[in-house]
Structure formats: structure tokens, C-alpha cells
Design a protein around this ligand. Structure first.
Ligand SMILES: *Cc1c(COP(=O)(O)O)cnc(C)c1O
Length: 367
């Protein structure tokens, strides 16, 4: 559609509305549970708030545009988008691959809710995804992996899945569509939490599914109608408001991430720095092929848990918080949530502060 434009232009255009004289440039949300029906009983597009909403449609067309998809379906959270998609794709007896090193609640849903229904769950780390996919029915991959920031070769994984006739779903939360477009690399569906970088202000929870296969997207929309994991129109409106500036925020976050990763690599208190944008990073080569931007997350290992707490306490700019992609630079010690990482492993989420201020602050706080 707007393929020749840069990402910020596309996000501004996508978050806007068609030009109609006298109508607001940015239309207000439509909070409605019920709509007037006609006496001829022909179903209008909108008739009930769980089935559809005009503000959702605006958000969904913006998300589809950014992901390069035919359509998108918005949900009340990233987990609602992921679990609805898995319920649509899986039947008893099937085999599902999930990331062993990725977002922990996806793994938990698979083992706690899907395994008891007769679905075989296989956990694989980024490197093992292609091997695990060889006899799977559905593969859910994450890249870059949250929180280790390893990268999955999505093009290669997509060709393994295509060869077997299985469905590849990619969680695009960490990269955002500004970082990569999994559908163009061969994925069948994108799932994501827009709670993170896309809404970007740490004040909204929502998710979406995007894709270009009408059969799969119809199933996802049907699941949302019947299971009811919808988002409110006001949240959809706030997310649209955020999308218009997402390109600006992501660019600054990427710039800050590169600067901080480079600084940390040279710092004696920091080990195991991971950022796909670092030329020395083991994932750099694959990341460079499939990503347009390397993202705003940096992983680092400090000596122990106390060192992570001291970093936050000594800093003036860092906030201790989970989640990521917001305007404030934040630190999350992932072992506290049970991620399989060392006690001193911290995931840094870059905000949009001035790069020099952030560098100076973190360097001083590290001691
Ligand atoms: C946060 C996150 C989710 C879950 O999203 P919610 O909006 O919190 O439900 C899923 N996948 C990844 C990679 C995440 O970081």
C-alpha cells in the first residue's frame, strides 16, 4: 500500500483517518456495546461490542499496514493474542514447539493449559528451533528472544515449516514491525504484545495477531468473538495515538541501545553483553539479514543480584520495572521471575532519554 514510504511516515499515515472535511483529523474512540439495528434485519457491520468496533478497525488496519499483513486482529493483551492463536491452530495429538528461552508465560500456558488437552509440547532454544520444527505441527518462535536476545533464523525456520506443512507463528514483540517483518520472512502469523514498544508509554495492555492467510485470520477473529478476549475501545484509541510516534521512539531506543551496549562491552563490571546490533554479537549476522533495526533491549550479566539492585539505586535515570519498550529506561532482573538466567542477569529496556545523559548515568551507577 504505502510500501515506498519510510517507517515513521507509514506509522503516521496508518494512525490517521481518511480526510473528510469537517471531521476531526484524529477521530475519537467509539465506546459502544450495542448499535441500532434495522427493521429489515440485515446485519450492520457493527451490532455488538464483543464482535466489532470502529476504533478497533482503525487500529487493526494500522497494525496490518505496519506488519505487511492483509489483516490484523486486536486483543486485550499479548497473551490473549498468543493463546487464542494457539487454540485455533492446535488439536489433540498435535505437537507444538515453544521457545525454551523466551517469554516464560507462553511456556507456562503451553505446559499448564495445552499439554493436559493432549497436545505434545516441545521446548527449544533459539538455536534448536529448526531441529525441533522438523516433526512439529505448529511452531511458535520468538526473535530476538526475550530476555536472552538470541536470534532465530526466521527464513530458515519458515522453510523447514513450509517443507513439513506446519504453521509458523512468530512473536514479534521484542523487535516490533519497525525492527522486522516476520511475514515477509515466511511466517504464517505474527503474534505480539503491543503493551511494549508499540504503545510505548508503560500505561496500556494489549496485543494483536497479524497475517495474510484468510483461513487462519478468520479462525482467530472467530476465537476472539467466542472466547471474548477483547480490548476496550479507549485502549484501542490510545494505542492508535501511540502508533503515530512509535517510529520516533523506536529510533531513539535503538540508538540508545547501541551506545549502551558498546559502553557495557568495555566496562569491567559487565559480562555477557548481548545486543544483536553489536558486530561481535553471535547473532549479529542473522540479525543483520532479517532485521531492519536491532531494537531497544540490551542484556547484561552483572556479578550478582545485589549488583543489579545497586545499579538501580545509584542511578538517577534507571527505573526498576518489568515489561519494556516504554519511554523510561528500565532494568529487570529476570531471575526474579524464574527465567533460566544467572542471578545478575539484567534486561535493560532503553527509553528515549538523551543518549549522552543515559551513558553517563549508567557508567557512573556501575561504579
Ligand atoms: C510481554 C510479552 C508477552 C505478553 O504480552 P502481554 O501484553 O503482557 O500479555 C508475550 N510475548 C513476549 C515476547 C512478551 O515480551
Amino acid at each position: 500500500m504505502d510500501g515506498h514510504y519510510g517507517d515513521s511516515t507509514r506509522s503516521v499515515k496508518a494512525s490517521g483517518a481518511p480526510a473528510v472535511a469537517g471531521e476531526p483529523v484524529t477521530p475519537p474512540p467509539v465506546p459502544a456495546a450495542a448499535y441500532h439495528l434495522s427493521v429489515d434485519e440485515a446485519a450492520p457491520i457493527d451490532f455488538y461490542g464483543r464482535a466489532s468496533n470502529p476504533t478497533w478497525r482503525r487500529l487493526e488496519s494500522a497494525l496490518a499496514e505496519l506488519e505487511g499483513a492483509t489483516s490484523a486482529c486486536a486483543f486485550g493483551s499479548g497473551m490473549a493474542a498468543i493463546t487464542s492463536t494457539l487454540r485455533v491452530l492446535l488439536r489433540p495429538g498435535m505437537k507444538l514447539v515453544v521457545p525454551a528461552d523466551g517469554y516464560y508465560q507462553t511456556r507456562r500456558y503451553a505446559t499448564e493449559s495445552l499439554a493436559p488437552l493432549g497436545i505434545t509440547i516441545v521446548e527449544a532454544v533459539a538455536d534448536g528451533m529448526c531441529a525441533a520444527a522438523a516433526d512439529a505441527d505448529v511452531v511458535l518462535a520468538e526473535s530476538p528472544v526475550n530476555p536472552t536476545l538470541d536470534v532465530v533464523d526466521l527464513h530458515r525456520l519458515a522453510s523447514v515449516c513450509r517443507g513439513r506443512g506446519s504453521v509458523l507463528v512468530v512473536d514479534n514483540t521484542a523487535a516490533t514491525p519497525f525492527g522486522q517483518r516476520p511475514l515477509s520472512l515466511g511466517a504464517d502469523l505474527v503474534v505480539a504484545s503491543a503493551t511494549k514498544g508499540l504503545s510505548g508509554h508503560s500505561d496500556l495492555v494489549l496485543g494483536y495477531v497479524a497475517g495474510s492467510r484468510p483461513d487462519l485470520m478468520a479462525g482467530v477473529e472467530r476465537e476472539r468473538l467466542l472466547a471474548g478476549a477483547i480490548l476496550g475501545p479507549f485502549e484501542a484509541w490510545l494505542a492508535l495515538r501511540s502508533l503515530g510516534t512509535a517510529g520516533l521512539r523506536v529510533d531513539r531506543q535503538c540508538q540508545n541501545a547501541m551506545a549502551v551496549a558498546l559502553m557495557l562491552r568495555g566496562h569491567p563490571a559487565a559480562r555477557g553483553v548481548r545486543y544483536p546490533g553489536l558486530p561481535q554479537d553471535p547473532a549479529h549476522e542473522v540479525a543483520t539479514i532479517q532485521m531492519k533495526r536491532y531494537g531497544g533491549l540490551v542484556a547484561v550479566e552483572l556479578a550478582d543480584a545485589a549488583a543489579v539492585h545497586a545499579l538501580v539505586e545509584r542511578s538517577d535515570l534507571l527505573v526498576a520495572a518489568t515489561s519494556f519498550g516504554g519511554i523510561h529506561t528500565s532494568v529487570d532482573r529476570r531471575a526474579r521471575w524464574g527465567d533460566p538466567v544467572s542471578p545478575g542477569f539484567a534486561r535493560l529496556s532503553m527509553g528515549i532519554e538523551d543518549t549522552d545523559d543515559l551513558l553517563a548515568d549508567i557508567e557512573e551507577a556501575l561504579g
